[in-house]
Design a protein. Structure first.
Length: 228
């Protein structure tokens, strides 16, 4: 077998290996459920333009757990609209300061990107309205001042927030919590946590290394046969 044939065989083997490995590479996969709060579960919107969920209440927000106080979901067509994404957005201060969380699995060593948009309750939140977003040992402090930059009734304006953390292989919890008191505070919408694209999973690394070894061994045997 000549060198050109050997190179062709090697290229074909590596291409086949890549096709096997590619589906196993971890993509930018969303790990949160109901990050835009469009699924209100068994909740029933009230006359004021939204609905309230309480810690320990019988009705919950699908995917999320209200772990303290209460939170409001407001309709995009209400005074507290429009929502940034979909039909609802969330005020972290319901009738009182609220805390909400969701847990998800992580892959050790994989980078996770947290993103969200935030605003403020334009009907009378404290100045400034304060909240925190926490995940993977990182904290983003949200400050929403009453300076006109968050719009007005029926014309809410949103600002972006983002940070990253590295997975440990254990379940991780994202927590949003009100810092200031009262029944109006920071608004949130389109909360997302996704794994960074193109990070091979541990099993994939093993497959790749083993595959390269098999290709190399096959080429060595073919070279030995040619020399003989």
């Amino acid at each position: 077998m000549n060198q050109a044939t050997l190179r062709t065989a090697a290229a074909s083997a590596l291409a086949a290996l890549a096709m096997i490995v590619a589906p196993s590479v971890a993509g930018a996969t969303e790990v949160l459920v109901n990050g835009s709060f469009d699924d209100i579960g068994a909740g029933v919107p009230e006359g004021w333009g939204g609905l309230t969920y309480y810690a320990g209440g019988q009705v919950g927000i699908p995917g999320w757990t209200v772990t303290g106080g209460s939170v409001d979901l407001t309709s995009t067509g209400s005074f507290w609209g429009p929502a940034y994404d979909g039909a609802y957005s969330m005020d972290i201060n319901g009738w009182d300061p609220g805390t909400i969380s969701q847990s998800f699995a992580t892959v050790a060593g994989q980078l996770y990107n947290v993103s969200f948009v935030y605003g403020r309750n334009v009907a009378g939140a404290p100045d400034p309205a304060l909240a925190t977003v926490m995940a993977g040992g990182q904290t983003f402090n949200v400050v929403a001042a009453n300076d006109g930059s968050f719009g007005s009734g029926h014309n809410m304006i949103w600002k972006p927030g983002a940070f990253s953390f590295t997975g440990t292989g254990s379940p991780t919890t994202i927590t949003l919590a009100a810092v200031t008191g009262g029944n109006g505070g920071v608004f949130f919408d389109k909360i997302s946590v996704d794994g960074a694209a193109g990070v091979p999973e541990p099993a994939t690394w093993s497959l790749m290394i083993g595959g390269f070894g098999l290709v190399g061994a096959a080429l060595r045997r073919r070279r030995a046969a040619v020399a003989a």
